[in-house]
Write a protein that binds this ligand. Structure first.
Ligand code: KG4
Ligand code: ZN
Length: 346
């Protein structure tokens, strides 16, 4: 069995349509990212207006070995120097997860080094602490907003993470993506809408905020999506809108989503008395969501660097250091059974 001569971790994330590999190093309690490579498939799925699961896993097969090689060479590290492998084992698309898992398990077995299986959402929750001087302060509230998640957690430690509220239907990233698709502005729509919203007016439309007074911490975005689509149809449909009107719709949609999230998180903070908040996931790159939280001055809010907002292996490697390592020889049975958990809830 290889001795721990270094704390170099090779991490893999492939839960959806990005294949990412990252090399991290741990010195005492400080974790540094040495490289982080992401193979995006946006250009493949864009033409379908959303992720096609089979295409995602088939393209991961092509990206896996190059991504590992490039992450190692960018880090100037040899494969034999790696002492730990971390990998996303859920939640996500089964086929996509399996490609990353088999790559990671093969590396762990061949190099005779331990592996840690990581929950993708937990990776997002801790992503604001990547490459940052901000220390983890427990307990904190975590808002995870992405293409598949709009979830709120109370995080007391790496082992104690409790779901307190979540969307009852669409995720907020899905609302951005679907409206962008409907108006033929491209996929994924979040970043496109964020940029074009700058040119519109937030006073042009008055969209209501579903679940605002629900008395719990759940969210909903499907009703908002329907409001926007019916407004577009009232104006004659996507093909008949002036560009200025589209910018106004984007501005009002972004403003409404930012307000929904801010109000809900504020109510969680008031209820729990916790003021430290981590906001992560692809949608956390949104400039209005960032400003509404930062400008309020009422909370201590941590956002990941934009590169670590969307899916990346660095957050999986970071979180992987806090998980119990499974040795492929000593813990053979557990190792063999590490598998894709597409619906793994924290
Ligand atoms: O975390 P992520 O990369 O993948 C999932 O786990 O889903 O998030 C992708 C989502 C997409 O819905 C995309 O439209 C959204 O993040 N997104 C944004 C922005 N950048 C990416 N949404 C709003 N504003 C942005 N700037
Ligand atoms: Zn994600």
């Amino acid at each position: 069995m290889k001795l721990f001569s270094s704390n170099l971790n090779l991490a893999i994330e492939s839960s959806c349509d990005d294949f990412s590999c990252s090399i991290l190093k741990k010195n005492d309690s400080k974790i540094n990212i040495i490289s982080n490579v992401v193979y995006s498939q946006d250009f493949i799925h864009g033409i379908y207006g959303g992720v096609v699961p089979e295409l995602a896993s088939r393209n991961h097969i092509k990206s896996a070995i190059p991504a590992v090689n490039i992450a190692l060479s960018k880090a100037n590290i040899k494969l034999k120097e790696i002492s730990l492998v971390s990998v996303t084992s859920g939640p996500g698309l089964a086929g996509s997860l399996l490609v990353g898992l088999m790559t990671a398990k093969t590396l762990s077995y061949a190099l005779k080094i331990p592996i840690t299986a990581v929950n993708h959402i937990e990776g997002h929750i801790f992503s604001p602490f990547l490459n940052s001087n901000i220390k983890e302060v427990f307990p904190f509230i975590a808002l995870v907003i992405s293409g598949g998640h709009s979830h709120i957690y109370i995080v007391k430690s790496h082992e104690d993470i409790k779901l307190i509220g979540k969307t009852r239907d669409d995720a907020c990233g899905e609302a951005f993506d679907k409206i962008s698709n409907f108006l033929n502005y491209g996929y994924p729509g979040g970043k496109i809408i964020d940029e074009l919203a700058e040119k519109g007016s937030i006073n042009a439309f008055n969209f209501s905020m579903p679940m605002e007074h629900s008395g719990n911490f759940d969210l909903s975005f499907s009703g908002l999506k329907t409001q926007v689509i019916s407004e577009i149809n009232k104006l004659g449909g996507p093909k008949h809108l002036q560009e200025e009107t589209v910018f106004d719709i984007f501005a009002c949609l972004r403003e409404t989503i930012a307000k929904i999230l801010y109000k809900k998180v504020m109510s969680v903070c008031e209820y729990t008395g916790i003021k430290d908040v981590s906001i992560s996931g692809g949608v956390s790159a949104n400039s209005r969501i960032r400003s509404i939280f930062l400008e309020s001055g009422k909370l201590n809010v941590f956002f990941p660097e934009p590169a670590y907002s969307t899916d990346n292996a660095a957050m999986i490697g970071y979180t992987g250091y806090f998980k119990k390592p499974v040795d492929p020889i000593i813990n053979k049975e557990i190792f063999y059974n590490i598998n894709a958990e597409p619906s793994w809830e924290l």
